[in-house]
Design a protein around this ligand. Structure first.
Ligand SMILES: [Zn+2]
Length: 421
C-alpha cells in the first residue's frame, strides 16, 4: 500500500472546504494534479455504495489511494463537463478528452502550485456500473512528447541495432509487447529519431487510434472506424500520398497486416505495433493472421519486443531463503522492503527490457518460410545471439535492479524454473 502517497492525498483532501460551491471542481483538480505529480498513468474512479474509490496506476501497477464519501455522481459529472461528454447520458459508455486548462477557476487559496504544472493531455472514459458510472482518466505525460530513443534506457546493443534499422528505406519494423509495455512511447521515439537523424527530409505519415502525442514535422491522422476510415482503408489511401515512412498504430487484422507488408515491398518503411508476448510469438501470430510466409520473410526487417519491469528502491534488502528466488536461476537476489521514498511499495521507477529479433540472422528466415512455431523461432533467434526478455529479466534480478517477484509478475511461467525437489 502506498501509505505516504495516500496520506498526503488525504491531507490535501481534508484541506478542501466541503461546504463551498467549488468543492467538487476543486476536488477533481486536486485528484488530477496530484495524480500527475505522482507520475500516475491512469486514475480509476469507481463508485460504490457510499462514495467513490480511487486507484492510481503508477509504474504499471494499480495502487489504492483513497475512498471519498458521498460525491461520486458529482465527481464523474465534473469530469464529463471537463471532457465535453454528455452529462445527462449516464447509461452508455463515453469517451472524451480534457482540453481546457485543468485549473480554470481555481484560486490560489487551494493547496498546490498550479502555475508550475505543465499542460498535459488527458483522456476520460466512462462506463455504467452497478453503483453508477465508473471513470478512468488516462494521463499522457507531457514530457513524453520530447522523448528520444536515448531517453528510453534500451540495452545498448539493441539500441544501436534498432537505430540502424530505422535508417532503412523499406521494410516492416514491428514493436511488440502486451498493453502497458511502452510500445507507443518507443514508436514515437523512433519516429522522432527518423525525423531528426535522416540526412534528407523524409515524408512521414501516421495512422493512429487515437493520436496520443503530437509530433511536430510529422503528418498524423486518426482513424475513424464508424465513418469507415479504418487502418486498412486508411493505409491503402495513404499509399497514394507519396509517403516514405508510415507509422500504423497497431496491426489488429489480416488486411492491415497484409497491406503493411505489401507497402514495405513497394518502397516504404512501415513502423507498427503488435500485441504479442515476445518477438518469436509476434512472428507466429502475424503468420496466423494469414500473412503469407514469403511476404513476411521478405518484408520483415525486425521485431522489437519489450517489457517494463519495476526497479527496486534503494530500501531493498538481500534475500536469504532460496525459495524467495521463485524458481529463477539467479546467483543472488534482493527483496522489496518499502520506505517513504517509494511510498511503501519497495519499487521506484522502471527498467526497459527489449529483445530485437533480426529475421536475416541464422535460421530464422527458414523458420518463417516453414511456418515454424514460436518456440522454434525463438530457438533459432537465441542461437543467432538474441538475448530473450526473460534472460534479461533474470540478469536484472542478479544485478539487484529488480526482484524475483517482479519478474514472476511479468513472466509467471517462463522457463528457467528449477524444480525445488
Ligand atoms: Zn523504498
Amino acid at each position: 500500500m502506498p501509505a505516504a502517497l495516500s496520506q498526503s492525498f488525504r491531507e490535501q483532501l481534508s484541506a478542501l472546504n466541503r461546504n463551498q460551491d467549488r468543492y467538487v471542481a476543486d476536488l477533481v483538480s486536486l485528484i488530477l494534479t496530484t495524480a500527475q505529480q505522482s507520475g500516475a498513468s491512469d486514475v480509476h474512479l469507481v463508485p460504490d455504495r457510499d462514495g467513490i474509490h480511487m486507484d492510481w496506476r503508477i509504474d504499471g501497477v494499480l495502487q489504492s489511494i483513497a475512498h471519498i464519501p458521498d460525491v461520486a455522481t458529482n465527481v464523474i459529472a465534473r469530469l464529463k463537463v471537463l471532457s465535453q461528454l454528455l452529462t445527462y447520458r449516464t447509461d452508455v459508455p463515453q469517451e472524451g478528452r480534457i482540453i481546457e486548462p485543468l485549473d480554470a477557476g481555481r484560486k490560489s487559496d487551494v493547496s498546490g502550485d498550479q502555475a508550475a504544472l505543465p499542460q498535459i493531455e488527458m483522456r476520460v472514459s466512462t462506463f455504467p456500473t452497478l453503483h453508477g458510472e465508473k471513470a478512468v482518466v488516462r494521463l499522457f505525460v507531457g514530457s513524453g512528447q520530447y522523448r528520444r530513443l536515448s531517453d528510453l534506457g534500451m540495452p545498448t546493443s539493441t539500441d544501436s541495432q534498432w537505430r540502424q534499422l530505422l535508417t532503412t528505406t523499406h521494410g516492416v519494423l514491428l514493436i511488440s509487447g502486451p498493453a502497458g509495455s511502452g510500445k507507443t512511447t518507443t514508436l514515437y521515439a523512433s519516429l522522432r529519431e527518423i525525423m531528426h537523424e535522416s540526412p534528407e527530409r523524409r515524408s512521414i505519415v501516421t495512422l493512429e487510434d487515437p493520436i496520443e502525442a503530437e509530433v511536430p514535422g510529422i503528418t498524423q491522422s486518426q482513424v475513424n472506424v464508424t465513418a469507415g476510415f479504418d487502418y486498412a482503408r486508411g493505409l491503402r489511401s495513404l499509399l497514394r500520398q507519396d509517403p516514405e515512412v508510415i507509422m500504423v498504430g497497431e496491426i489488429r487484422d489480416r488486411e492491415t497486416a497484409e497491406t503493411s507488408f505489401q507497402a514495405s515491398l513497394s518502397g516504404n518503411l512501415v513502423l507498427t505495433s503488435f500485441h504479442a508476448g515476445s518477438s518469436s510469438e509476434a512472428i507466429s501470430r502475424v503468420s496466423d493472421l494469414g500473412v503469407e510466409p514469403y511476404l513476411l520473410r521478405s518484408g520483415l526487417l525486425g521485431i522489437l519486443s519489450q517489457r517494463l519491469l519495476r526497479r527496486l528502491c534503494a530500501c531493498a534488502s538481500p534475500g536469504q531463503d532460496p525459495d524467495d528466488a521463485l524458481g529463477l536461476r539467479v546467483e543472488r537476489f534482493q527483496l522489496p522492503v518499502g520506505c517513504e521514498q517509494c511510498n511503501g511499495t519497495g519499487y521506484s521507477g522502471r527498467l526497459l527490457l527489449a529483445e530485437l529479433l533480426d529475421p536475416r540472422q541464422g535460421d530464422i528466415g527458414r523458420g518463417i518460410l516453414s511456418r515454424a512455431d514460436a518456440d522454434e523461432i525463438e530457438q533459432h533467434a537465441t542461437a543467432a545471439g538474441m538475448r530473450t526478455l526473460f534472460t534479461q529479466a533474470c540478469e536484472a534480478v542478479d544485478t539487484g535492479d529488480t526482484s524475483s517477484a517482479e519478474v514472476r509478475r511479468l513472466f509467471p511461467s517462463a522457463s528457467g524454473y528449477v524444480d525445488p525437489s
